[in-house]
Design a protein around this ligand. Structure first.
Ligand code: ARG
Length: 496
């Protein structure tokens, strides 16, 4: 039992559900428990000092990290006080006193004057302890019918909903930057790669947008999961429901939740929203990581297509000439960290029996870290993209005629020859050029004719990168019109 400072009272609401070490010996004296008790006194018992083991206190406490949800905890409690008054179990005046007292507690957090006490196990107990100091007895009415189980699930969702607003903004800003760049730089052609081997020419804008579409899916996915985060657990009690008929729709309205969780047993232990958010964060980071990897390659001296701005690069402590794309490497690196948070938390959830178990406290640190990482990463990526310099000459110079071998085959296709045959002929042309030690485009119609009689003087038209790109005009392709259509589609989506 916790002694509340200044009041001398003891709390019992949640603690009944959280058996202390003492309870263990009387309550759950299963064989396992008996063995554990026996072994702990026998073998490593000397390590423990009984009910007040300071290591256990620290091990159990979440205040060190969950204090960042102080605002959500206050808001949730204020709404709950109003709901209690509506149900008639406390008076309107009492609710008002509670709301104002909570406002004072919030002011202390906001001014960084809130003082933590040793017994403040988590943000919920800390706020209630402080409220009791400020208001006295009436504060004890706030937790009526409520448990930290429905409280923490509510706080976490409420907090996350607030963070998602920022993530959504940063993600959309990054997409907007991509769309603006794609529109401004639509003339630039670049080599496209498969297997990281030069494949076919494409537009630089098409490459930019290829990543923007992945980010757009991330944004859409975030909006979809937000609906599921926005389901209210409050009013579920510890597990079995609220005995004072609190109006949960009223609570949802007060707190801005879209819906009310349908089953109290499920509501207190449902952390799907955490897992889903961590998956979203992982996939978004993977998209940023793959984008970063492209740019790391394109910014290498050997490629030299782009230069990362000084603002997002660092130097070497040893080699004066070095300029390293650390921003991009960190984005790539942090994707592993976020995915680790997802896999770790899935393991935490996997074998839990029904309703609340303390394991669930382990949802917060990965969730907080993923939010922080995404918040930074999206802004850094947006900054890198907005300030990137393109080396247009180097990009153009990397286009080689051999990347038009497919176009050579397509030239014959347009003359009615089956593609399988033309593929073979174009392959023979590549070999012929190699044998002669010349570029593919240097082969004249006369030199090509022995490979196929359909070759004519107009074969010279094939050797234009612009023409090659423009021929890919079906929707979703590299042609100017197809890229413009993508820009329009994303613009329209951004305007929503
Ligand atoms: N601090 C806990 C958490 O973060 C909530 C407390 C619920 N504890 C309990 N014994 N019922 O999940």
């Amino acid at each position: 039992m916790h002694h509340l400072p200044n009041t001398g009272k003891t709390r019992s609401a949640d603690d009944a559900e959280a058996p202390s070490r003492l309870c263990k010996t009387v309550y759950f004296f299963s064989m396992t428990e008996a063995w554990y008790y026996f072994m702990s006194t026998k073998l490593w018992g000397g390590r423990f000092t009984g009910a007040n083991d300071p290591l256990m206190e620290a091990f159990n406490a979440s205040i060190g990290f969950d204090k960042r949800m102080w605002q959500a905890d206050i808001t949730g409690s204020q709404a709950y006080a109003l709901a209690l008054a509506r149900s008639g179990i406390i008076s309107g005046n009492e609710a008002e006193t509670l709301v104002e007292g909570l406002e004072q507690v919030a002011a202390e957090w906001a001014a960084s004057t809130f003082e933590l006490r040793p017994g403040d196990e988590d943000i919920h107990t800390a706020n209630e302890r402080r409220l009791t100091e400020l208001l006295g007895d009436v504060a004890g009415k706030l937790h009526t019918g409520r448990s930290r189980n429905d409280q923490v699930a509510t706080d976490t969702r409420l907090w996350l909903l607030g963070e998602i607003v920022h993530l959504r903004t940063h993600l959309r800003e990054m997409i907007r930057t991509a769309v603006e760049r794609a529109a401004a730089e639509i003339d630039l052609l670049m080599p496209g790669y498969t297997h990281l081997q030069p494949a076919q020419p494409t537009r630089w804008s098409h490459w930019i947008l290829s990543h923007a579409w992945a980010w757009q899916r991330d944004a859409a996915r975030l909006d979809e999961l937000t609906q599921r985060v926005s389901s209210l657990p409050l009013g579920s009690g510890a597990l079995a429901g609220n005995p004072f008929d609190v109006d949960r729709d009223f609570l949802a309205g007060q707190l801005g939740f879209a819906s009310v969780a349908d089953n109290s047993l499920d509501a207190v232990s449902d952390r799907d929203f955490v897992a889903e958010f961590l998956f979203w964060a992982s996939l978004t980071m993977i998209h940023l990581s793959r984008w970063s990897e492209d740019l790391i390659i394109y910014s290498s001296r050997e490629f030299g297509f782009v230069e990362v701005a000084d603002a997002y690069s660092t130097g070497s402590s040893l080699m004066p000439q070095k300029k390293n794309p650390d921003s991009l490497e960190l984005l790539r690196g942090k994707s592993g960290r976020v995915f680790g948070e997802l896999s770790g938390f899935l393991m935490t959830m996997k074998g839990l029996p029904s309703t609340f178990n303390k394991d669930l406290q382990e949802d917060k640190e990965p969730l907080y870290d993923a939010v922080d990482t995404l918040r930074d990463s999206l802004q850094i990526a947006g900054g890198v993209l907005a300030t990137l310099t393109v080396n247009t000459e180097k990009m153009a110079a990397s286009l080689v005629p051999e990347m038009l071998a497919t176009d050579l085959a397509e030239y014959l296709v347009r003359k009615g020859i089956p593609f399988r045959e033309t593929h073979h002929v174009a392959g023979a042309a590549v070999r012929l050029a190699e044998e002669k030690g010349v570029r593919l485009s240097a082969l004249s119609a006369a030199e090509l004719r022995p490979l196929h009689p359909a070759f004519d003087e107009d074969v010279a038209d094939v050797w234009s990168f612009e023409r090659s790109v423009e021929q890919r005009s079906a929707s979703g392709g590299s042609s100017r019109s197809a890229v413009k259509a993508q820009i329009e589609a994303l613009d329209k989506w951004l305007a929503q």
